[in-house]
Design a protein around this ligand. Structure first.
Ligand code: HMG
Length: 430
């Protein structure tokens, strides 16, 4: 693999960027060709993946270069429709890399399945009967999905919880499963359904449902960073003021669900982009993480930022459930997902989960840094303007004249872009 300088990557043209990737040696001959030919999901494959297919639907596939996580540098593929997300994450990761990047801890990697039993007349007796048969139940679960046991995974443990809901009582059985490199929805659902008859027999109740939970609290990952406050400004006084403001921004997201929702949306700008690029189920990740944001009873910001005034450092932390997969599901069907995994250096599921949470914290830092200083509009709108120009029908050759004119405008909307474009076309600016 060739060690390349990624500085100035954003200033390259599209052919130059592709050439740079080729020279990096990250891609195989096959994936390099897939990327250069912009090979999309074949219609025949799409037709096998979901129902009632009519066509395929494309999104931009971009790169956030040089992200330093746990001492390793990654070139990170992003799939997103939103301008400034890639730029912001690239900008923040470039800054963070100078100061050691991010570190992560994987606290676990197990999926949870649940069977809710209703109509249990004696909760205590039923719980005892089930817990006495734990070993048998784990064996039954594993027999229903032997291939995961061969791969070194399988059902690991179980627990029970009595729950009251309105005028009903449930006895909920939870199973923890080591799903190895897969997200494991199929695997866990098969195991849960296999356990239903035995659990109904032991409890005397009836199963309401048997299903995987997306609240993957046994797949938690923490990403952290510790950065000198000069990352916020070269001016010492201003850097301290911004560090204090960053803490306020973090506290606001803990106290106000209106802010927490936007704060977390900023985190998911990066997370979803990488989850999508790797062909993973982003609804599962979003659902689990938003449930985690409410774990203390109210919806809160997922990341926190503190200021160590002794060391003059800001400390960022983000913990999320991240049951990501590198195998299974539709991974491998989309040619661009193969490119994504090669760009990332073929990480395993734990490494990919770490990188995704680290990207969430990086993206959050970029947005907060802008919000507490210049405001979001200057950087975001500069890039959003290009999108508006394209929506207004500007051609590539008109952009070099149009964009500088738009940058002089205080407020840019589609009408404004169209009126300037008309003037350009009427030669009023030449
Ligand atoms: P800048 O200082 O003008 O950037 O910032 P620069 O031109 O000096 O370039 C520095 C580096 O930034 C580049 O390095 C790139 O890495 C990156 P280089 O490649 O030159 O070595 N960069 C770019 N990468 C790709 N394409 C570009 C590009 N421009 C810079 N065109 C920047 C400009 C936009 C980065 C900055 O203003 C910024 O980070 N703003 C924040 C924007 C943001 O967060 N957008 C997300 C969408 S807004 C949102 O939905 C979330 C939010 O609501 C969340 C919340 O409230 O918490 C805000």
């Amino acid at each position: 693999m060739t060690k390349l300088n990624w500085a100035g990557f954003s200033k390259k043209t599209l052919p130059e960027r592709l050439e740079h990737i080729s020279r990096s040696g990250l891609l195989s001959t096959a994936t390099d060709r897939l990327l250069k030919e912009n090979q999309q999901l074949p219609l025949e494959t799409a037709n096998q993946m979901v129902e009632n297919v009519l066509a395929t639907f494309s999104l931009p596939f971009a790169l956030v270069p040089d992200v330093l996580v746990d001492g390793k540098v990654y070139q990170v593929p992003f799939v997103t429709e939103e301008p400034s997300v890639v730029a912001a994450c690239s900008y923040a990761s470039k800054l963070m890399k100078r100061y050691g990047g991010l570190t992560t801890t994987v606290h676990g990697r197990q999926m949870i399945g649940q069977i809710a039993l209703s109509g249990v007349s004696d909760m205590e007796k039923a719980s005892k009967a089930i817990l006495d048969q734990q070993a048998k139940l784990l064996a039954l679960a594993n027999q229903s999905y032997p291939s995961i046991v061969k791969r070194g995974g399988g059902a690991v443990s179980c627990r029970l919880e009595p729950l009251a809901a309105e005028d009903n009582h449930f006895l909920v059985f939870y199973l923890s499963v080591d799903t190895q490199e897969a997200m494991g929805a199929n695997m866990v659902n098969t195991m849960m359904e296999a356990l239903v008859p035995e659990l109904e027999r032991l409890s005397g109740g009836q199963s309401v449902m048997a299903i995987l939970s997306n609240y993957a609290t046994e797949s938690l990952v923490t990403a952290s960073c510790r950065l000198p406050i000069r990352i916020l400004s070269r001016d010492k006084k201003e850097a301290k003021r911004l560090a204090e403001k960053l803490v306020l921004a973090s506290q606001l997201a803990q106290a106000d669900p209106f802010r927490a929702s936007t704060h977390n949306k900023g985190i998911f700008n990066g997370i979803d982009a990488l989850v999508l690029a790797t062909g993973n189920d982003w609804r599962a990740i979003e659902a689990g993480c938003h449930a985690y944001a409410s774990k203390d009873g109210g919806y809160k910001g997922l990341s926190t930022w503190t200021f160590d005034s002794q060391q003059n450092e800001i400390i960022g932390q983000l913990t999320l459930p991240m049951p990501i997969a590198t195998k299974g599901g539709s991974i491998g069907l989309n040619p661009m997902v193969q490119v994504a995994f090669d760009l990332l250096g073929q990480p395993n599921a734990k490494e990919l989960a770490s990188l995704i949470v680290a990207i969430g914290l990086t993206q959050n830092f970029a947005a907060l840094k802008a919000l507490i200083s210049t405001g979001i509009q200057s950087g975001h709108m500069k890039l959003q303007t290009k999108s508006l120009a394209l929506q207004a029908g500007a051609t590539e050759s008109e952009l070099p004249l149009l964009l500088p004119l738009l940058s002089k405008e205080k407020h840019v909307n589609l009408d404004k872009v169209q009126s300037i474009l008309e003037k350009i076309r009427a030669n009023k600016y030449s």
